[in-house]
Design a protein. Sequence first.
Lengths: 386, 331
Amino acid sequence: MSRSTTLWRTAALLAASGIALAACGTTGGGDDPTGNGDGGGGNDAGGDCSAVFAYVGPLTGPAANLGINIVNGSTLALEQFLEANPDCEVTLERFDTQGDPAQATSLVGEIVGNDDIIGVVGPTFSGETAATGEVFAQAGLVTVSPSATNPALTTNGWDTFHRIIGNDDTQAPAVATYLENIGAEGVFVIDDASEYGAGLGGGVVDALGDLVVGTETIQVGDTDFGPAVTAVNASGADAVYFAGYYAEAGALVSQLRSGGYDGLFMSGDGALDPGFVEAAGAAADGAVLTCPCAPADEEFTAAYQESAGQEPGTYSTEGFDALNILLQGLLEGNTDRASMLEWVNGYDAEGITKHIKFDESGEVAEVVVYAYPVADGAIQLGEPIE
Amino acid sequence: MAFQYVLDQFVSLFVGGLVFGSVYALIALGYTMVYGVLQLINFAHSEVFMFGTFATVWALWLVGADATTAGVALVASLAVAMLIAMITSGGVALLLERVAYRPLLNRGAPRLIALISAIGASFVLSELMGLRGALASALGVDDVLGRYVARSRENLGLPTDRTFTVQFEVLGYGVTNKDIIIVLAALLMMIAADQFIRRTRLGRGIRAVAQDPESASLMGVNSTRVIQLTFLIGGLLAGAAATLYMLQVGLTRYNAGFLLGVKAFTAAVLGGIGNLRGALVGGLVLGVAESLGSGLFGSEWRHVVAFVLLVVILLFRPTGLLGESLGKARA
């Protein structure tokens, strides 16, 4: 076990430094979009800026895309950091949970047991965060999640938990605002019974009040949604909101359309993934996806594309910001878990997604929710919901 | 509990259940036939079905069908896709028999060993599909295969248009051409399989081996051939079920077979495992019960309804609804 970890670490180090060197050669002179070191370059930290950070979340499995977006965003932050601070030895270790709380629970011991790890990007999903939060809290290992949005996560008293994204309680009122703005008359809310889906779906139902004409719960992994389609058609709803992940969202919209439903289909950040459009095809056109995550600007898109070889996706910008907070802490000389935790708790600076500052419970202070329309077989750029 | 809702939407829920039940029934035939002949539960049959769903999509890509394909061209492409799916699933089933069962049976291994082998084969087939992208890039052919291996752990959608036209209305519910096609196609295929077993020489061979393998081989029946044939028929029907499933559901995934397999196996047991007509009855009853149960209690209770029904029926009829084995079926 430790052998392979060392191997991995060495390989990751080599790969990261190789990419950083290559980046030095090609981009040279461009101004630094990370905001690292307050415009000063930040080389002053000297030799004591070595650290290992961990990414915790899915890299394989049915919801791998979101995790890969995050890890690519974080990797870009790391590359830019290493370019600006060539003396530092920083690596990002990847722990693949497949998005499964059970897998996450079995990995978390390894993570907190590795004293070299002083900060965590993740966990990615609410379920795995709920399952591992206590262990991170006891170990005093700071976690910055780019994407776990279940509201209850900040009520556990975990000092180590932070998220740089608005929770589902903030997304739900924005969904209601959006639906009211477009003049929806009846909304049918479906959730997938997951930690995330049930939280978001419940919030949307509360926020919509009388506009809700029906609710239904499906199961993650199900493929036939015939009874749900019947219920939607019977309710006479002119909008459907699905709180769940893209695998089920694709199947659901596809079956709603073939079942004769022609109203608006909306879903949340869990469905904001090219996989949703690819699987559902033409049925996805016209759908609107809400997300407290920010779209990538041109500069970020270009840098991300060069680094990852693909377009940035959902949570890529948040993945960038999450690791960036930790990296800036490292530059300030926080090289152990306790001081890194203190640094993140007191963090107050501009990120690429929003102004980042955490409250006592670990919630980010500023929240903007965006609506991403689907058209012409692709997810278009999001607009803030006001 | 929503009795009024179920009454209002009865036709919609019933037809939906019938359609999905037809798919269950077609897959259930594969379980029931293999069980009838070998007293073996072929747990990898769900993966035989899953390969059929992928073959359907790939075949449609190959013939160039997309969202704009309509009319005769659409029907023809779907027919070709179904044929290719049947051949693929039949092929996978034969391969499965050759690799995972025959070596064991030839050495006289206990049935339990074959069961473990079946579960193992199920994982292997499912992961082969899920890792096809990684396999292709390891072999250096991922550029050639392109989208056939891209995003191999993600959902894969049916490329054709899935808006169906309403043919006629029953009590306010519009029955679409898709509903009719799925139920009719499934029924036709099951009748064909049933008649094949009952009336043909090869079918008689299957029944003979199911009744008494030793006497059958003394009477000149080649039992290896019969077992192959059984797997082949099961595979062909699973392939047909796969295309019908894709019409209904619209997308598939490398692990799509698991849940369907469990349900189809349940349908086979419900109808009386080993009994062809039982598989049909079991599939339809299960599909309709799930659909009505979902309407009554909510979709999240769907699987609970299915298995409570199974337990209740087995309490009163331990051999299933029709409860007669393939071997004892009279010609």
